[in-house]
Design a protein around this ligand. Structure first.
Ligand SMILES: Cc1cc2nc3c(=O)[nH]c(=O)nc-3n(C[C@H](O)[C@H](O)[C@H](O)COP(=O)(O)OP(=O)(O)OC[C@H]3O[C@@H](n4cnc5c(N)ncnc54)[C@H](O)[C@@H]3O)c2cc1C
Length: 534
């Protein structure tokens, strides 16, 4: 009564929510998307910072002041003139797959009419560094990666060919599965031999059975996951490689946030509505059916369909008590991926033509399981595995001329040093500052001498930051961990036990990642449209 009503409400503007919202709006549904932050995208955002200049703020510019330098300029420093500064950082991601013509992400963006709005730059140049050897590629794509492995480890050729052939066969079966027909359903074991054969298999089992040396195993496990080989599903690895990495990876010109912005614009063009800084507080249910939502500021929006793009535990907490049980029970069965520490750096050093390409993977421990054992104890190795990216090498417009941006990602446990000192702001800043120093020191000693004397900006995000901004509990980088128990159809469905309530995002099917979460939105939208017979 007097409340605004819609056909569907989306809670959360991550990749899953934006995709579902845009697709439903395109079909003519009146869609409202609400987002608690002041910008859309969830993990896929870019943000601007102004930075410091050496002349104007020498105290912050010094190498001993990293914890101060991590305070945004509005609180602690002096704003530099805009012609000197203005950095566009990406909140989290480094690359996106499936953007080539015909690729999975290409098809979604095409369907919502925004593919042409984003220029995807292919990432050709990568450097993976391991203890004792490295792989340096000038041409991207998983096939050139495996060619490099063949020339490094000729004695492993047989195993590598078998590995690749398994990946191809599993990839084909996954593709065929998404186009399910009655004969395939009836003769399932015949059509999907490998999906059945490997459904419980960990990556470690395959690596150990095909390869003798530890080095090639390390190189084949350099994947965008937080699980070690003994926990990661081999089916997931095969799907990821065959669908997303085989054809190469890409970086959107203008920053990762371009993707979310383009998707949001699509939703708006199809007459959808977006409300930022609007947090869902309760899901309203009457006689077992979805009625709408109540926001934290007391507004009611009505709709017979609600799509949740948020952590399932948070969703459960928004339901009336009697509806929470199945969600809470399910949550107990599932395990999250680990979290991440992120360092955002701007420097006036010329990194073009240096020893770091756009993407560098640095692993210092040769035991693939040791790091994970430490994480489970709440510890981080002295020299943790890092992913270093320099987006200004692909898109110089992200920083003023002659300046560069670096982003360093380090997988870390949420409970490091008692939860990053979260009970006490001073301790939190101290732990964050110390960790930042560790990362800077490694960068300086291994790749960029003098970096700390050339910092224009340095800010860190911890698991607490990720959790606070996106509602991903424990700062989970990829939602659910991709273990054999939590992949594909074993992940929560888009339908829920409550009629009218749907889920999308990286806690649901098919998987995590920008493309995985976007696909979840596509599947959720399809399920809704089927239900509405549209
Ligand atoms: C450090 C890091 C690096 C990554 N790198 C890559 C990469 O290189 N490539 C890749 O493909 N993937 C990468 N990922 C993973 C990828 O970003 C995620 O899997 C994916 O974006 C998750 O999308 P989602 O749809 O689940 O939504 P999320 O991104 O989790 O967004 C959820 C949204 O819901 C909002 N929300 C929460 N609660 C409420 C509420 N009550 N009311 C309203 N809104 C609410 C949040 O503010 C947020 O905007 C990375 C992730 C991290 C953390």
């Amino acid at each position: 009564m007097g409340h605004k009503s819609y056909d569907a409400i989306v809670i959360g503007s991550g990749m899953g929510g934006l995709t579902a919202g845009a697709l439903l709006a395109k079909k003519g549904l009146r869609v409202l998307l609400i987002e608690k932050e002041k910008q859309v995208g969830g993990y896929v955002v870019s943000f601007k910072r102004e930075g410091f200049t050496p002349l104007e703020n020498p105290a912050i510019y010094g190498k001993d002041n990293i914890s101060e330098a991590s305070i945004p300029y509005r609180k602690g420093g002096v704003k530099a003139p805009s012609f000197l500064t203005g950095f566009t950082f990406d909140g989290t991601g480094v690359f996106v797959g499936g953007c080539q013509e015909g690729g999975e992400f290409y098809q979604i963006l095409k369907e919502i009419g925004v593919y042409e709005e984003i220029e995807f730059i292919p990432i050709h140049h990568i450097r993976n560094i391991y203890p004792g050897f490295e792989i340096h590629l000038q041409e991207g794509g998983f096939s050139s990666y495996t060619e490099a492995l063949l020339s490094l480890f000729p004695e492993e050729e047989k195993g590598l060919r078998t590995y690749l052939s398994l990946i191809k066969r599993i990839g084909d079966e996954v593709r065929s599965y998404s186009d399910m027909t009655l004969p395939k359903r009836i003769f399932f074991p015949f059509y999907f031999k490998n999906l059945i054969r490997f459904h419980r298999t960990h990556h470690k089992t395959i690596l150990d059975s095909l390869f003798r040396g530890g080095e090639i195993k390390m190189a084949l496990h350099s994947l965008p996951v937080t699980e070690p080989p003994s926990k990661l599903s081999f089916l997931f690895v095969a799907t990821l490689i065959s669908k997303a990495l085989m054809e190469g990876t890409f970086y959107p010109k203008g920053g990762m946030g371009r993707i979310s912005e383009a998707m949001a614009n699509s939703l708006l063009r199809f007459d959808g509505e977006i409300r930022l800084k609007t947090e869902a507080d309760q899901i309203l249910i009457k006689d077992g059916k979805i009625e709408g939502i109540l926001t934290r500021d007391g507004k009611i929006f009505q709709a017979p369909v609600v799509i949740s793009n948020i952590n399932p535990n948070l969703l459960a907490g928004m339901l009336p008590h009697e509806y929470q049980k199945p969600f809470v029970k399910r949550r107990r069965r599932f395990g999250y991926s680990l979290s991440c520490f992120i360092l955002y750096i701007a420097t006036d050093l010329d990194l073009k033509g240096g020893n770091l390409p756009y993407f560098t993977y640095l692993r210092s421990l040769s035991d693939l399981e040791e790091e994970d054992r430490m994480f489970r104890r709440g510890e981080v190795p002295k020299n943790p595995t890092m992913i270093i990216s320099i987006p200004t090498l692909l898109d110089p417009s992200l920083a003023p001329t002659g300046q560069h941006l670096l982003k360093v990602l380090v997988t870390v446990p949420y409970h490091y040093r008692g939860g990053w000192g979260k009970e006490n702001p001073e301790k939190y800043h101290q732990i964050k500052g110390e960790f930042s120093q560790r990362v800077l020191q490694q960068l300086e000693s291994k790749f960029i001498p003098g970096l700390r004397d050339h910092l224009l900006f340095c800010e860190a995000a911890t698991p607490l930051t990720l959790e606070r901004y996106t509602g991903n509990e424990l700062g989970a980088t990829y939602g659910l961990a991709s273990t054999p128990q939590q992949i594909g159809n074993l992940r929560p469905s888009h339908r829920t036990p409550i009629p009218g309530l749907f889920q999308a995002g990286h806690y649901t099917r098919p998987s995590h990642g920008i493309v995985g979460a976007s696909l979840s939105g596509l599947f959720a939208a399809r399920a809704i449209l089927r239900q509405l017979r549209l």
